[in-house]
Write a protein that binds this ligand. Structure first.
Ligand code: GLV
Ligand code: GLV
Length: 328
């Protein structure tokens, strides 16, 4: 039997590449940038497995271009809003993601952003480097306390839970929204499940951890920003379009909220005009899962999914398990 063909849309940590090369014919897009659409459509022709990134839109056109051999799409991300899962399911293509392995790393980044915006770390760093520090000042870079404040977690899944658990050391009151009750948070932290409006009104720090779906698109818009305290901060490590970024720029300009720390953007990698000019924001380039350990683990998990599938086993992290039902 000829070896299965795997296409990877960008260079990934080597251990995963080695695992795949041992078993399959592996083709990798060689440039260190997101693969252009027309190149993607060309390179997927005749492949059996696709390993894309969250920056690659995998829709019917790509699946059609790949042809009938394509059996598995192993996304290199926990979020899979870049993939038309319904279309894949219709075509009998398994979709997998990388949950679990990036939870703690992303929670760390959410906290790095929270602390950075509260204590104006980025502004203060720029000031110090610019040689403007002429001596201690009683009114210099006054920020906000974190200890004892109220943390609002929007979406208490794996990552939201990990972010909330870190608040123990800061003695914070925790509110959360989710479709399900989160008993861990209620037991461990005395967290309270509330409606989004109450969370918005009561929280000092609001951290977003929902997947991007039609329901969560612009979950935080003008109305929601107006409900937040003027002293509150918004942190987003989920997906950019969960926030109406234009409305956010207005709210930040008008002092309707104190600040925002964002790792993801509505039209990545573009920023909404005005956002980068504001002092009361911290902006990072979608690095939530960017630790050496985690990016390596994400890659090997994506590889494990592909290997398991072609060995006739159940891939460890399937998004559309219904495709596997009735598989002989
Ligand atoms: C990163 O944003 C991911 O979904 O893994
Ligand atoms: C994603 O891993 C989540 O459930 O938060």
């Amino acid at each position: 039997m000829s070896r299965k063909k795997v296409f990877i849309t960008r260079m990934l940590p080597q251990p995963a590449i080695d695992m795949l090369k041992e078993r399959f014919d592996v083709d990798i897009y060689e440039e260190d940038r997101a693969i252009p659409r027309e190149v993607l459509l060309e390179r997927v022709k005749g492949i059996d497995a696709l390993l894309p990134l969250l920056t690659d839109k995998i829709d019917a056109e790509v699946m059609e271009a790949a042809g009938p051999n394509l059996k598995i799409i192993a996304n290199y991300a926990v979020g899979y809003d870049n993939i038309d899962v319904e279309e894949a399911t219709k075509r009998g293509i398994v979709v997998t993601n990388t949950p679990g392995v990036l939870t703690e790393t992303t929670a760390d980044l959410a906290w790095a952003l929270l602390m950075a915006i509260a204590r104006r770390i980025v502004e203060a760093d720029k000031f110090t480097r610019a040689g403007k520090f002429k001596g201690w000042g009683p009114m210099m870079f006054l920020g906000s306390d974190v200890y004892g404040k109220t943390l609002g977690i929007v979406g208490a899944g794996r990552i939201g839970t990990a972010v909330a658990m870190r608040s123990k050391g800061f003695n914070m009151k925790v509110l959360y929204t989710d479709v399900r009750r989160n008993e861990t948070l209620e037991k461990e932290l005395g967290a309270r499940k509330v409606e989004l409006d109450e969370l918005l009104r009561e929280s000092d720090f609001i951290s977003l951890h929902v997947p991007l779906t039609p329901e969560t698109h612009h979950l935080i818009g003008e109305r929601e920003l107006k409900m937040m305290k003027k002293t509150a901060y918004l942190i987003n490590t989920s997906r950019g379009p969960v926030i109406d970024e234009k409305a956010l720029v207005e709210a930040l300009k008008n002092g309707e909220i104190a600040g925002a720390a964002l790792d993801v953007f509505e039209n990545e990698p573009e920023l909404t005009p005005g956002l980068a000019e504001l002092d009361n924001v911290v902006l990072t380039p979608h690095i939530g899962s960017a630790s050496v350990e985690t990016r390596t683990r994400m890659a090997t998990l994506a590889a494990e999914n592909i290997i398991a599938y072609f060995e006739g086993k159940r891939p460890p992290t399937v998004v559309n398990p219904e495709v596997l039902e009735g598989r002989s």
